[in-house]
Design a protein around this ligand. Structure first.
Ligand SMILES: [Fe+2]
Ligand SMILES: [Fe+2]
Length: 282
């Protein structure tokens, strides 16, 4: 049995000190096998934000994996963004990541960020063909029977949360991961937790999202996911300082039509029936 703490979206620069202190104390007293971080370590990828994140992660003193989030790419320097977008985050990974030794369990990263995209909002996800090929090759190289967890920043398809990922190439990536029997895809970005099964043309696959440990909360208080992996069985508990029970912390998929039944001839979406759309959150 392996116990993993899955955290995301620390957003140093706008971190939540109480949440970070509480999480570090959980690690110190409970000694999980590893901590998996699914991106957005910083707010604006500034060097002092990375330094603070690095110091905090290092002090956890357990094996850690780090994925890159959209907030970890240079924000203020367009040249750095285009020519060496991953320099700082890769430097952090080299400093804090340690080899994981999880019996029968593998953690495989999938990059969902991009230095630029053919759309206005570059914070959204994009699984490029090269990124997917690299991840699939790593999965294919694993011994048969390995319980595989894929870690990425953006949910590959929407999970019903207020924040959205709109990941390009996500559906295809999810299908290929399902085809390979991946046990779960762990992500962040939307700042709310979820745990759901998605159907793909290659079969169902589990998607698990962690909330945030920053001040940038959406629908739920700061939290992290505790995963207990026992063979192919994965139990998820959403832990939070507010003591909200896990089922209430996990956002469910929004049904295709959540509006009350309509009378014949009634407009599909009467004025005022649709809640206002929030500004994007990342
Ligand atoms: Fe993000
Ligand atoms: Fe974020």
């Amino acid at each position: 049995m392996i116990r993993l703490f899955h955290i995301s979206d620390l957003h140093f620069g706008l971190e939540d000190p109480a949440a970070l202190t509480w999480f570090a104390e959980c690690v110190r007293t409970e000694d999980p096998t590893a901590v998996l971080i699914t991106g957005d370590l910083t707010m604006r990828a500034r060097s002092h934000e990375f330094a603070a994140a690095c110091e905090w992660i290092d002090a956890l003193d357990v094996p850690v994996t780090v994925e890159v989030g959209n907030h970890d790419l240079p924000y203020f320097n367009p040249l750095a963004r285009l020519f060496w977008p991953y320099e700082r985050i890769r430097g952090i990974e080299r400093l804090v990541e340690r080899e994981l030794d999880l019996a029968g369990v593998a953690v495989v990263p999938l990059k969902t960020t991009a230095r630029a995209q053919w759309r206005l909002d570059w914070s959204k996800g994009w699984v490029t063909a090269a990124a997917l090929t690299k991840t699939l090759a790593a999965i294919d190289a694993l011994p048969c029977g390995t319980t595989t967890l894929v870690t990425a920043h953006h949910p590959l398809v929407e999970a019903g949360t207020r924040g959205r990922a709109l990941t390009r190439g996500g559906e295809r990536a999810l299908t290929e991961l399902a085809r390979r029997g991946v046990a779960a895809v762990l992500t962040g970005h939307v700042h709310d937790a979820f745990d759901l099964m998605k159907d793909t043309t290659a079969g169902p696959i589990r998607m698990i999202g962690a909330g945030t440990l920053s001040q940038r909360i959406r629908s739920t208080p700061p939290s992290f996911n505790e995963l207990v992996v026992d063979g192919t069985k994965i139990d998820v508990r959403v832990r939070n300082l507010a003591h909200v029970p896990t089922p209430d912390m996990q956002i469910d998929a929004v049904p295709p039509d959540a509006l009350p039944p309509r009378e014949p001839g009634e407009p599909v979406a009467p004025v005022g029936a649709v809640p206002p759309i929030d500004p994007p959150v990342h």
